[in-house]
Design a protein around this ligand. Structure first.
Ligand SMILES: [Zn+2]
Length: 442
């Protein structure tokens, strides 16, 4: 039985990002029950009466962007401490503030603010890692966005028995299962954040429950040198020894890798998230994206948190990222079209979501964005991929849909009260600034 068409998105040029990179001019996308029913090309199309429709004339239509690594709950810390190296930034500013503020309402509002920013700049799926992640999952659900919410774990003093840790995880996954577009994940913080025995238990738990593991990997040269000194092998090789690469796993950063590490990650088709702006801002280095992809790893773009970026605009991220790969490897080694793949279908693959999202194809979820080509920076138009990567920014996104639902139309948010979120964030900001000033005096 044919399902009813609930919505028609029409009039733009669709970059489907399917296997053939099909481009459909004068696109007409029919959507039913939240999924794409059909994509066709009809010049002079006018929507039939009685069917809801969305005009995307003068726009590029493409699958919603995938943010492979972020910490949305930190969004209220945007700009509180800048221009500092990673360890000073974390230990003297971010960690003390998180200890004082890190509660559910802080995470919930930070996540709402982040979802607002992401939906306004074309992100429809994000892969998150933070504390109180059930509050982030609920906020994502409320905002209508798609998310993988990774409850993080950082073993500080070993006070908690592992049975207690996993009881909490059981509860977390039960809570998150209530939200249809949100998937739970395990997010052990890093190689140095957990003991070997707990890492092994995490892997066994993930395997039993078929869960994605999301972690930080080789973010700084300092981290890698210390691990090699303590354990005799690189983080990548150590993780191999405990079986991490046999799991569904996505790793953020991967800045400091040897040739052997790159081959190992490639051979295991590990999902790697390239966070160029955060890595540059914290002075950590450049992920070897071109070599990793050549060896078989699956690459996604990520923003990391607003505290180290300081925005969640993936169209700015892809601009920076593509250019620094040119700087590292030579011009054209990562082309604009390859970068757009990383923002969409390859990003989805890195999260093991490629059957659901990442391209505009029949039967996939209708996560669609329309990027306006009306700005002077988009004239003239020769190559749409070039404009997306090098000219457009998130501010050019006109419409955003997730699961066939219009969440932003003509830049107006349809599901949330934008001003209310911004006002509450501003009030929290005053409180956080006072607290930060107190910590700096102490
Ligand atoms: Zn991170």
């Amino acid at each position: 039985m044919k399902t009813r068409t609930d919505l028609i998105v029409w009039g733009g040029t669709a970059l489907t990002m399917d296997d053939n990179l099909r481009i459909v001019e004068h696109a007409v996308i029919k959507i039913g029950q939240g999924k794409i029913q059909e994509i066709s090309s009809k010049k002079g199309f006018r929507p039939p009466a009685g069917v809801k429709n969305l005009d995307a004339s003068n726009c590029l239509l493409l699958p919603g962007l995938v943010n492979g690594h972020t910490h949305t709950g930190m969004s209220l810390l945007r700009g509180i401490a800048d221009d500092l190296p990673l360890y000073e930034w974390l230990n003297h500013h971010i960690f003390p503030l998180e200890r004082a503020l890190g509660k559910k309402d802080f995470v919930a509002l930070g996540t709402e603010l982040a979802c607002l920013e992401m939906l306004r700049s074309g992100t429809t799926t994000f892969n998150d890692m933070y504390y109180f992640e059930e509050a982030a999952a609920e906020a994502a659900h409320r905002m209508g966005i798609r998310a993988i919410c990774g409850q993080t774990h950082l073993e500080i003093s070993g006070v908690e028995k592992s049975s207690e840790v996993f009881k909490k995880f059981d509860l977390f996954f039960k809570t998150v299962s209530k939200f249809p577009r949100v998937q739970g994940a395990l997010a052990p913080h890093s190689i140095y954040g957990l003991s070997e025995s707990l890492w092994k238990e995490m892997i066994a738990y993930a395997e039993r429950n078929d869960l994605l593991i999301h972690t930080h990997l080789a973010e700084t040269p300092k981290e890698c040198h210390e691990i090699i000194k303590q354990r005799g092998v690189s983080p990548v090789k150590w993780f191999e020894s405990i079986g991490l690469w046999d799991q569904k796993v996505i790793c953020a950063h991967a800045v400091e890798l040897s040739d052997d590490d790159i081959k190992l990650l490639g051979r295991n088709q590990v999902g790697i998230v390239f966070n160029p702006e955060s890595n540059l801002k914290l002075g950590n280095g450049i992920c070897p994206v071109v070599e990793l992809r050549a060896q078989g790893a699956v690459l996604s773009f990520g923003t990391d948190s607003t505290a180290s970026n300081n925005n969640l605009d993936l169209l700015q991220e892809v601009d920076t990222g593509t250019k620094i790969q040119a700087f590292k490897y030579g011009v054209g080694k990562l082309s604009a079209v390859e970068s757009v793949k990383m923002l969409t279908i390859e990003g989805a693959r890195a999260l093991h979501l490629e059957k659901l999202i990442g391209s505009l194809e029949m039967g996939k979820e209708a996560d669609i964005i329309a990027v306006s080509l009306k700005g002077p920076h988009c004239f003239p138009l020769y190559d749409p991929y070039s404009h997306l990567v090098y000219s457009a920014t998130g501010a050019d996104v006109l419409h955003t849909l997730v699961g066939g639902k219009i969440l932003m139309k003509n830049r107006k948010m349809m599901l949330c009260d934008e001003n209310d979120i911004l006002n509450r964030a501003q009030k929290w900001g005053l409180k956080i600034a006072r607290l930060n000033a107190k910590f700096q005096k102490a």
